[in-house]
Each structure stands twice: as C-alpha cells, then as structure tokens.
Design a protein around this ligand. Structure first.
Ligand SMILES: Nc1nc2c(ncn2[C@@H]2O[C@H](COP(=O)(O)OP(=O)(O)OP(=O)(O)O)[C@@H](O)[C@H]2O)c(=O)[nH]1
Ligand SMILES: [Mg+2]
Length: 443
C-alpha cells in the first residue's frame, strides 16, 4: 500500500530538492504533480483539493520567512499536512467511567469484523484487560463458531446465548460480564449494508441497550473510496467513535486511508495488517506519513522489536554501530518469525521499503534453509562473509543440504541488506528524518 503514491511524491520533491529557489510557476508544477499523485492513489477529491491548497498557503508563507531550500520546505509541509489529514495523533480507545466497557464492531460483510474482534481481544489482553467476546450474528450459521475458534486462539472468553436475537444476546452478555468481572465486552456484529433498514435499526437498538464506549467501523482498505462512503452512512446512524482499516497488507492504493478522517470525522484507531491475530497495529498518523514519504517507520519497528522482547542485539542497535553480521541476520530471522512476516518488518525500516520485497517474501518461506546455511558457516565466516570463497561455499552447501547457488543467493541478499543498512547512516537520511518531524536521534 502507498508505494506508488510514495514513489510519485518523492520523485516530485526530489526534483526541487537541490534548487536554491522555486519560482511561483515551479511551485505550481510541484503542486500539480502532488495533486495528481493523490488522485491517482484514490484520495477523495475534496481532501486532495484542500491538501494542495494548504501546502500552497504554507509554502508561500514559509519561503519568505526563512531561507530554507524548496525541497526542505515542501517535504516538511507535505509531511505536516499528511499527518493532519490522517488525524494528527493516535486516538486511544475510550475506557472512561465504570467497566464493563462495550466495544461494538460494525461494518460490511467480510470486511474483517470477526478477525478484528479477536485481534482487539489479544491487544487488550496485552494491556492487562480481561475482555469477553460475543457474536451478535444469529444470521450466518458459522458466525458464532468462527468467533469461538478465533477467541480460543487469543485465549479470550466467549459469551454464548444460542437461539437469541442479536439484541437479546448483547443484553445478556452485558449482564453476564458484570457478574463475571469482565471489564471489556467486544460485540462482533453481523455484516450489513447501510441500506438494510431493519439491520441498521438492530445496531441502533444494541447501541441503546449497551451504551458502548466505542463503535468501531471496520473498513476493508481494498474497497477504496466506497469504504469511505459507507463509513459516512454508518456514521450518520451510529455516530462512530473510530475506524479500523483492515487488509492494509493488500495492494490497495491507500487513498481511502488518507481520506476517511477528513470525510467522516472519525479517526482511524487501528490498522489490520494481515490475517493472523497478531496482525494489528495502533494507527499513528505521523508514522504512516513518514512511511509514505519514504522514511520508513522506525518507531513502529522499535515497538515491534520491543514486543518480541529483543533486548540486546536488535536491528536498531546494529544500525547504530554499523555492524550487521550473518549472525545478526540469523537472529533477526528467528525473531521476525515470532513477530510476523519478515517482509512486513523490513518494509518498516527506512530505505528498505524499496528492497525487492518479492525476494523477501519468498525468504519468509525459506527461513529454514537460510538457518541451515548460516549454521553451516564458521564463526569467522559469519562475522565476515567476504572470506567465503568457492571452496567454502561448497562446504557450506554440503553441510546445510543446499546447493552452491542457494548459498550465493543468500550472500547476495545479505550483502544488499547490509549495504542498505549502512546507507541509513548517511547524512542525508539523517537530515530527512530531522527535517520532517519529531523523531528522536536514532543513530
Ligand atoms: N490480508 C488480510 N486479511 C484479513 C484482514 N482482516 C481480515 N482478513 C480476512 O478477511 C476475511 C473476512 O474476515 P472476517 O473477519 O470473517 O470478516 P467479517 O467482517 O467478520 O465477515 P462477516 O461476519 O461475514 O460479515 C477473512 O478471510 C480474514 O482472514 C487483514 O487485515 N488482512
Ligand atoms: Mg464476522
């Protein structure tokens, strides 16, 4: 997601980066390019228009005020505006008042509600909450079962009330949760269209009875602007407290994500990044903006690495010290297996978003043979892969049950990776990071 938009905007900015001045005509050209990039990424036309107008206003003001280079001015303004339209900061779930806190999960059929319900339960459990899940879907026979299976995966309790209506089930669950000391209830509702009047009324009734702290609209990012239009309709009926975009891992252009806050007023609270229960992240506008602008997402990575309890030789530390050996590579691969996909994680590192992710994704599947190859190397070889000559390669291939081309490929990929890691330390990357936002010094 966002890769085309990211490429286009960055190319546009790059063109004016080295320039001393920017004429009004040139500024117009840059803004026109940015506008086209946004429209092409499926950003809502109204959002695009106001985005470009704001950049124009600010660019003119800033250039007079300070003698920065046009590239610096434009990139920092684009970053600021992008953070703004994405919602400024992460909006936390509302847990004010007395428990149990009800979270209603609503949306179209197949948007990812049940999966997201389980993901939320897992997330909340890591925050010390004790959630109970309930399927308010008496219509689809397998719906309850699906939720139970997913709940088991995340070790969360499920409330069952066979044969009852959605409203009665919600009501009964509320009563039960109070007795059972559950502090959060997540209501997984049936998928529906906003034009299905009886089903929309059902949601209104559940809302009335359970007084939810959160009504979260689950939007499928792959649907593009249509997801935004439907969120708007749900918002009219239910006054949504937030949106969760799922399937961010797909190849959607991303315009819906950039538009939804401005169009509906509802903030994006989380994003779903895969089918697995751990594939959920808090939505951080600043991090997403920096990802779009090609600076990777250092802070999300830091958080992920922390979550996997990596304390000592993590990637970040290696970046600091500019050493990255095959041993670290092996260690990362093992940790990454815990964290989720390797490709997904590598995409978060500034500069690596451009790496051939096709290869990286394949590598995910090949972790076993990578492990075997690295483990067949001597200590010295792992420290300095350049000493691995043809005869050493033959020995390693034999020892790991692979072939010499496999060893070559691994070394080539490792070489590319370590180059990119080093590239991160370049002064320019530093300047970019500092120019564009509130980043702590990382290396
Ligand atoms: N790639 C990807 N797939 C997802 C994500 N979230 C959900 N899915 C998939 O989307 C499909 C539908 O997910 P569900 O959770 O069953 O959707 P739902 O909204 O509960 O569907 P209904 O209850 O039938 O309305 C499943 O195959 C999920 O694995 C995500 O973030 N990324
Ligand atoms: Mg469902």
């Amino acid at each position: 997601m966002f890769s085309n938009l990211s490429d286009r905007i960055n190319n546009t900015i790059r063109k004016v980066r080295g320039r001393g001045r920017l004429t009004a005509q040139e500024l117009d050209g840059v803004l026109r390019e940015i506008k086209l990039s946004l429209l092409e990424a499926d950003v809502h036309y109204k959002v695009t228009k106001s985005f470009v107008n704001k950049i124009r206003e600010k660019a003119i003001g800033k250039e007079i005020e300070k003698s920065l280079s046009p590239g610096e001015v434009i990139s920092s303004i684009v970053y600021e505006e992008m953070v703004h339209i994405l919602g400024e900061k992460n909006e936390a779930l509302n847990f004010s008042g007395n428990p149990p806190f009800v979270i209603m999960v609503v949306g179209l059929q197949g948007s990812g509600k049940t999966t997201t319900t389980a993901k939320l339960a897992r997330f909340l459990r890591t925050k010390g909450r004790n959630p109970i899940l309930v399927s308010c879907d008496p219509y689809r026979p397998a719906a309850k079962q699906q939720l139970s299976i997913m709940a088991k995966r995340v070790n969360a309790a499920v409330f069952e009330n066979d044969g009852s209506s959605a409203v009665d089930t919600a009501k009964a669950c509320l009563k039960f949760a109070k007795q059972a000391g559950k502090d959060v209830i997540i209501l997984d509702t049936a998928g529906r269209l906003h034009i299905e009047e009886d089903l929309m009324q059902e949601l209104e009734e559940i809302k009335k009875i359970t007084s939810p702290k959160e009504i979260l609209f689950v939007a499928d990012a792959m649907m593009g602007q249509e997801a935004v239009n439907i969120a708007l309709e749900f918002n009219k009926r239910l006054n949504l407290s937030g949106v969760i975009f799922t399937k961010i891992d797909g190849d959607a252009r991303g315009g819906a994500v950039l538009s939804i806050k401005s169009v509906t007023g509802s903030p994006i609270k989380f994003i779903g990044t895969g089918e697995k229960v751990e594939d959920i992240e808090l939505f951080h506008p600043d991090r997403v903006a920096s990802r779009i602008l090609g600076m990777g997402d250092m802070l999300t990575l830091v958080e992920k690495v922390k979550q996997a309890e990596t304390k000592d030789t993590d990637i970040i530390k290696k970046l600091k010290t500019r050493q990255f050996t095959l041993d670290d590579f092996l260690e990362q691969i093992r940790k990454v297996k815990k964290m989720g996909s390797l490709a997904g994680t590598l995409k978060l590192i500034p500069g690596l978003s451009k790496i051939r992710l096709g290869n990286m994704e394949e590598m995910d599947k090949e972790t076993k043979s990578i492990e075997a190859v690295i483990l067949s190397m001597t200590k010295e070889e792992r420290k300095n892969f350049r000493i691995i000559n043809a005869s050493r390669k033959r020995r390693i291939a034999k020892g790991s049950g692979t072939r010499v081309p496999d060893v070559n490929r691994l070394l080539k990929q490792f070489n590319e990776l370590s180059h990119m890691m080093k590239g991160l330390n370049k002064r320019k990357a530093m300047q970019m990071m500092q120019n564009l936002g509130s980043y702590p010094k990382m290396f």
